[in-house]
Design a protein around this ligand. Structure first.
Ligand code: 13P
Length: 249
C-alpha cells in the first residue's frame, strides 16, 4: 500500500501568529483523519511556532524551499541544515512558482535535492506543464524531462523517500482543476517514467495532485489509482477544508 499524503502549501500567507493558530486547528481536527499523512508546508518564519503547535501530533512539517548551498555568503537564503532542526521532515522543491519567479532550473534543483537529502529532508518534488504546453500536447514530454533531469540523479535509497507532486500550472490558484481522468493519465505516465529508472520501487512512490484541489473535488481525484493525495494551496489555509480534503479518500 502506498502512503497517502495530504500536504498544505501555505505559500506566502499568514502571519506567524495566524499560522500557529491554523496549525493548532489542524492538529485539533486531525484525529478525524486515519491512514493519511498530513503535512504543513509553511514559510521559514513559521517553522518554529508551527513545530511547537504540532509537537506530539500526527501532523508533519515541511519547508517550501531550501538553498542549493550548505552555508555561506548567500544573503536571504535558508539552508536545509537550518530547517531540519525544527523537526521538519519534508521540503517542497521545484514548485512552479519557484521555477517561474526565481528561474529555478534542473541544475539548481539537483543541488537543492542534494542539500535536502544531506539534511534528512524528504523532497516533495513538483512537476507540471503550463497551459500552452498542455494545449500543444507537450505535457507528457514536459514532466518526463522534469523528472529525468532531476529524479534520475537520485540513488535508490534517496528515491525511496521521494514524494512527487504533479501540479499543472494552469490549475494553480485558478479554480480550474484537471479532471480526475486527466490527473490519472499523467500520474500513470509519471509512475511509468519513474519505473523506467527505478523499476518496481516506483509502485511505492506517492504522487500527489495539486491545483485548485478542494473539499468538493478531492474525492473524485483521489479515487484514481495513481493519485495518492494532494498538495493543497488555497484550501490549506482553512483547517476545516484541509481536513475535509484529507477525509476525502
Ligand atoms: P491551489 O490549491 O491554491 O491551486 O495551489 C496549488 C499549489 O500550488 C500547491 O502547491
Amino acid at each position: 500500500m502506498r502512503q497517502k499524503i495530504v500536504a498544505g502549501n501555505w505559500k506566502m500567507n499568514t502571519t506567524p501568529a495566524e499560522g500557529e493558530a491554523l496549525a493548532k486547528a489542524v492538529v485539533a481536527a486531525s484525529s478525524e483523519v486515519k491512514d493519511v499523512t498530513l503535512i504543513l508546508g509553511v514559510p521559514f518564519t513559521h517553522l518554529c511556532p508551527v513545530s511547537k503547535a504540532i509537537a506530539g501530533s500526527q501532523v508533519k512539517l515541511a519547508a517550501q524551499d531550501c538553498s542549493a548551498h550548505d552555508k555561506g555568503a548567500y544573503t536571504g537564503e535558508v539552508a536545509a541544515s537550518m530547517i531540519a532542526p525544527f523537526g521538519a521532515q519534508y521540503v517542497i522543491l521545484g514548485h512552479s512558482e519557484r521555477r517561474e519567479y526565481h528561474g529555478e532550473n534542473s541544475a539548481v534543483l539537483n543541488e537543492k535535492m542534494k542539500q535536502a537529502y544531506a539534511n534528512g529532508l524528504a523532497p516533495i518534488y513538483c512537476v507540471g506543464e503550463k497551459l500552452e504546453e498542455r494545449e500543444s500536447g507537450k505535457h507528457f514530454d514536459v514532466v518526463t524531462k522534469q523528472i529525468e533531469e532531476v529524479v534520475f540523479n537520485l540513488s535508490d535509497d534517496q528515491f525511496d523517500k521521494l514524494v512527487v507532486a504533479y501540479e499543472p500550472v494552469w490549475a494553480i490558484g485558478t479554480g480550474k482543476t484537471a479532471t480526475a481522468d486527466q490527473a490519472q493519465e499523467i500520474h500513470a505516465h509519471i509512475r511509468k517514467v519513474l519505473a523506467s529508472k527505478f523499476g518496481a520501487k516506483a509502485e511505492n512512490t506517492p504522487i500527489l495532485y495539486g491545483g485548485s484541489c478542494k473539499p468538493s473535488n478531492a474525492a473524485e481525484i483521489f479515487s484514481k489509482a495513481d493519485v495518492d493525495g494532494g498538495l493543497i494551496g488555497g484550501a490549506a489555509l482553512k483547517a476545516e477544508d484541509f481536513i475535509a480534503i484529507a477525509k476525502a479518500f
